[in-house]
Write a protein that binds this ligand. Sequence first.
Ligand SMILES: NC(=O)C1=CN([C@@H]2O[C@H](COP(=O)(O)OP(=O)(O)OC[C@H]3O[C@@H](n4cnc5c(N)ncnc54)[C@H](O)[C@@H]3O)[C@@H](O)[C@H]2O)C=CC1
Ligand SMILES: [Mg+2]
Length: 343
Amino acid sequence: MAAIYQAAYRRAALFCRSHSTYVRKMRYLSKLKEDDSLCRQAQTSGTFYLFHNLSPFLQKVGKKYLIPQLSAAEMKRILEKFKETEQWIEKSVLIGCSDERVPHFALDLGALERSVIEAELKGSFTDLRKAFFVVDEKDSSLLASAQALLRWHDSHQYCSKTGQPTQKNVAGSKRVCHASGITYYPQMSPVVIILVSDGSRCLLARQPSFPQGMYTALSGFCDVGEAVEEAARREVAEEVGLEVESLWYSASQHWPFPSSCLMIACHALVRAQQLKISMNSLELEEARWFGLEEIMEGLKREPKSAKQNNGSFLPWFPPKQAIAHQLISEWVKQQTSQPAQVQ
Ligand SMILES: NC(=O)C1=CN([C@@H]2O[C@H](COP(=O)(O)OP(=O)(O)OC[C@H]3O[C@@H](n4cnc5c(N)ncnc54)[C@H](O)[C@@H]3O)[C@@H](O)[C@H]2O)C=CC1
Ligand SMILES: [Mg+2]
């Protein structure tokens, strides 16, 4: 028997030595998603991020906004205050773990009195549209994915085929309808976002719902069955009537507004012969070309300082948390690193 344990110990030690922290974390998380009892046990030693009707809990410390993590013991104390049982913990969803493999969960306490929790924990539940832009960048993506998962569970409580309740696994990585046997997995909608350039200018647009003065790259939801390249070419054609000549991928981002999108960001070059924009006014309010200088000015401009004395607005662009910002910054880099053309 001892030999079996020794062999297992040697295998575990070898596993630990031969894998990076990242690999060990990912393997641990994947195990928690598959093994309900392991995950239930992890909930007793994990930390919890709180939400209330999908608004994350924030604490303001000086000028900074922090997202506190509650220990399992603190969670227990809060729930006891409401005379709620620890069954509540089962509603939580797994959202990651630390390098030391302390699991992190998110829990929505929407059914409990908001002001009581806020007073008890000295902070406030803040709409994600504000929270996302005031916390540290690494925290904003954590908040976005936690909210997306909580939102998905909230809106998938019933099987769309049988109408029967679905049950979540402990980690919250899926829901099952036991009547039909259907397993549902959390979903994101793929969206292409394209920064169109003619080589020396780039094209930005406004939708009527945007804050005044804000312009961003073209975007659109992928249709079912479409490849990213096809969706990007179609959106540019639909929205501004231009044909994409070449397209290259930049990066991607999970975007929580209005609900879980996977933003796939690309740069596109359009044919120099046809640079006349024919805007689709059902979707856009304005679409136009911007030169390098105007883009560099706009990147420096704060939304607050965009308003002019005559009531009009100077252009400004999405903040760095949005992948549109990255596309625009990359375009600037590309323009400024190009060798000057010999006349
Ligand atoms: N992170 C970033 O930098 C940026 C993110 N975005 C996001 O991209 C997303 C799409 O942008 P739009 O140009 O408005 O898309 P769009 O050009 O495809 O138009 C939106 C319309 O598409 C239809 N639609 C088709 N499939 C849909 C789906 N799965 N969900 C919702 N509507 C669907 C609806 O009729 C909707 O009104 C938005 O959620 C927006 O917040 C947009 C620009 C920048
Ligand atoms: Mg669009």
